[in-house]
Every structure is written in structure tokens, then in C-alpha cells.
Design a protein around this ligand. Structure first.
Ligand SMILES: O=C(O)CCC(=O)C(=O)O
Length: 339
């Protein structure tokens, strides 16, 4: 039986929490929120404010090509400040209530690369909400609840999908787990590996990338691009890069084999069974940051029943690219909201 990749963990001590709170206070003075791309123009190097031990832990995670997942525990969340879990990501009261943990996430994310967002999701905000939304219970998205959110890598339909995603627990009283499964842990036949490494698959945008703008800005160029990717998806492989230790792209509910390809179907089913076998639960508990390598692990979320009484599970999310390109040769800062 193969070994399951470990999760590395870091727990903040009292001095580190004090240092982080001082850093947050300093960054807050500007009045620019890390949900706003302008924050990164001014504070693109905000990781320098992290306590040295935490910064080193995150950089070691980034530099170790065998890493898959890590957790950082102990950033305080004040229930009275964050208030009840909102009803919707549009949040008419703004983002002030979560600014402290958003700044913490921006600092941690910047130690790994460049935070960015998609123009199609939550108005392109750089830190986004994950919580159940009434009416979305059976959707395959971060706003569903009754539906098991199946294994996926984030934005698998995009060639420029993120390298890391960070999930921070504002509250998770019901201890709803996120499951992770590392591609390096699966055991597959050579034939299945070969089939999965060939461009025999289509992955289309998940519904959220289309319906949010369809409802709010039907002429937005980002929507037109997502629709084009839905209607004319590129052929992709599921496994890619190094043939021995491949990376993975997968989005179970939004992918299919091209044409009638029973061999590829069988290989995909075998992969999914293996991912189920090696999966492990992680809990984004209040104050815990989960960091997932989006090329090495797939993730899923357990189903649960939402109450819509302000106490439901609430995570904040940020995605990171290791190498967003500057816009111009003159070093103009890179665009943070991608079409
Ligand atoms: O809620 C979770 O634990 C996972 C959320 C998720 O899969 C996502 O935002 O891509």
C-alpha cells in the first residue's frame, strides 16, 4: 500500500500573533483593502511583514517540489468583529469586517507568489467568500452545501489556473472538511497513466464563471471569453509536465472524454477511484489557513446542511500564481484581475 503525502503544519505563537496584528494595523492605515487590486500596487512586497518563522515555513513549502498541502493555525478571529456569516458574496456592508484576516492572507499569499483573481468571479475581488447561499444548495460550487463538492483543481479549464489556493476559516463550527488527494499518492497502470497524459479530454468552465456575469454584466468581455471556452474547449490531458511525477488538472463534474473513448473513460474512472482511496480530510477551522498546491492536489468538500442563521461555515479564499508577468518590459506591475 503506497504512503500518503504528509501535511506540514505551523502553529503561530503569542509573539507571532502580536507581530502579525501590528503588521495588519500598519497595512490597514492606507485604507486600501486587499480585495482591491490597487492594494498590491502599493504593498506588493507585504510578505516582508510576516514573522520570519512563518515566512520561512511558507517559502520552504513553495520551494519544496514534493509539497502538496500545508496548514497554519492560530490567527485570531473575533466573532464580534466579523459578524454573522453573510447571505451573499455581494455583501452590501462591504469587506471591512474581514479585513484583518484578508490582510493576513495577502501577506501569506505574497510569500508564495502573486495573488490574482478572475474577472468572472465575485467582481474580480482578490479575496473571495466561500459560504452556502440559499438556492445554491445543490450546485457544484463553493456556495453549494447539500451537494458533495467533487474533486477538482481550481479553474481547471484555464491554461493559466492558479499554482496555489489559500482557504482561511472565519468560522466552521460544524467541522465540515475539505478533502485533498495528491496525484503523487495514486497508483495507476502504465497504460492508464499514458492515456491520462494525452490530450483526450475537455474541461469546461464551472457554472459560476458564467452565471455571475450573465446575471450582472452580460456584455462583459470576460463572460464572452468564458462562454467561448465552454463552447469550444481546448483538448487537454489530465496529467502533465513530468511523466514520472506529473501534475494534475481535473474537474470531475465539468469534464468529459473527447468523442467515444472508452479507454480514456476507464482511465479517468480508475484515477478518480484512486483519488478517493488516498484522500484525507482537512478542516479549515476558525483561524486556520489551508494552503493547497493546485497542481499537485485535487480538493473536494463534504456535503452539509446550511442553516442560514449567520452561523454557517464561512471561508475566505485567495488564489496565487507563481509567475504573473509584468504588463510591459518596463516592469509595469502585472494585472491582478484576469479575463
Ligand atoms: O469549501 C471548501 O472547503 C473548498 C472550496 C473549494 O473547493 C473552492 O473554492 O474551490
Amino acid at each position: 500500500m503506497s504512503k500518503i503525502s504528509p501535511t506540514t503544519e505551523y502553529t503561530l505563537n503569542g509573539d507571532e500573533v502580536d507581530d502579525l496584528q501590528a503588521a495588519v494595523k500598519e497595512l490597514r492605515i492606507s485604507g486600501i483593502s486587499p480585495v482591491d487590486p490597487d492594494f498590491y500596487l502599493k504593498y506588493g512586497e507585504c510578505q516582508e511583514l510576516l514573522p520570519s518563522g512563518l515566512r520561512r515555513f511558507l517559502e520552504d513549502f513553495r520551494d519544496d517540489r514534493t509539497s502538496t498541502v500545508c496548514q497554519v493555525h492560530g490567527f485570531p478571529v473575533d466573532e464580534a468583529v466579523v459578524g454573522p456569516t453573510p447571505d451573499h458574496w455581494e455583501r452590501p456592508d462591504g469587506y471591512e469586517s474581514t479585513v484583518d484576516s484578508d490582510l493576513y492572507m495577502a501577506m501569506c499569499g505574497s510569500a508564495l507568489g502573486h495573488p490574482f483573481s478572475w474577472a468572472t468571479l465575485q467582481y474580480g475581488r482578490l479575496v473571495q467568500d466561500v459560504f452556502p447561499i440559499r438556492g445554491d444548495e445543490n450546485r457544484e460550487s463553493g456556495h453549494g452545501s447539500e451537494a458533495f463538492l467533487m474533486f477538482h483543481t481550481d479553474d481547471a479549464f484555464r491554461p493559466d489556473s492558479c499554482d496555489y489556493l489559500l482557504l482561511f476559516g472565519i468560522r466552521n463550527h460544524d467541522v465540515v472538511p475539505t478533502y485533498v488527494a495528491a496525484v503523487r499518492d495514486v497508483s495507476l497502470s502504465a497504460e492508464d497513466r499514458r492515456l491520462l497524459s494525452e490530450k483526450r479530454f475537455h474541461i469546461v468552465p464551472d457554472d459560476e464563471h458564467i452565471r455571475q456575469l450573465e446575471l450582472r454584466a452580460p456584455d462583459d468581455p470576460a463572460l464572452l471569453r468564458a462562454v467561448e471556452m465552454r463552447d469550444h474547449p481546448a483538448a487537454v490531458s489530465v496529467l502533465f509536465d513530468d511523466p514520472v511525477n506529473p501534475h494534475i488538472r481535473l474537474d470531475a463534474p465539468y469534464m468529459r472524454c473527447i468523442g467515444n473513448d472508452p479507454a480514456a473513460e476507464r482511465a479517468l474512472t480508475a484515477l478518480q477511484a484512486e483519488l478517493d482511496r488516498v484522500r484525507r480530510p482537512l478542516v479549515a477551522a476558525q483561524g486556520t489557513l489551508l494552503v493547497l498546491d493546485n497542481r499537485s492536489v485535487v480538493h473536494a468538500r463534504e456535503s452539509f446542511t446550511a442553516r442560514y442563521d449567520g452561523t454557517d461555515r464561512w471561508l475566505r479564499k485567495i488564489i496565487i500564481s507563481r509567475d504573473l508577468r509584468p504588463v510591459g518590459d518596463d516592469g509595469t506591475p502585472c494585472a491582478r484581475v484576469l479575463l
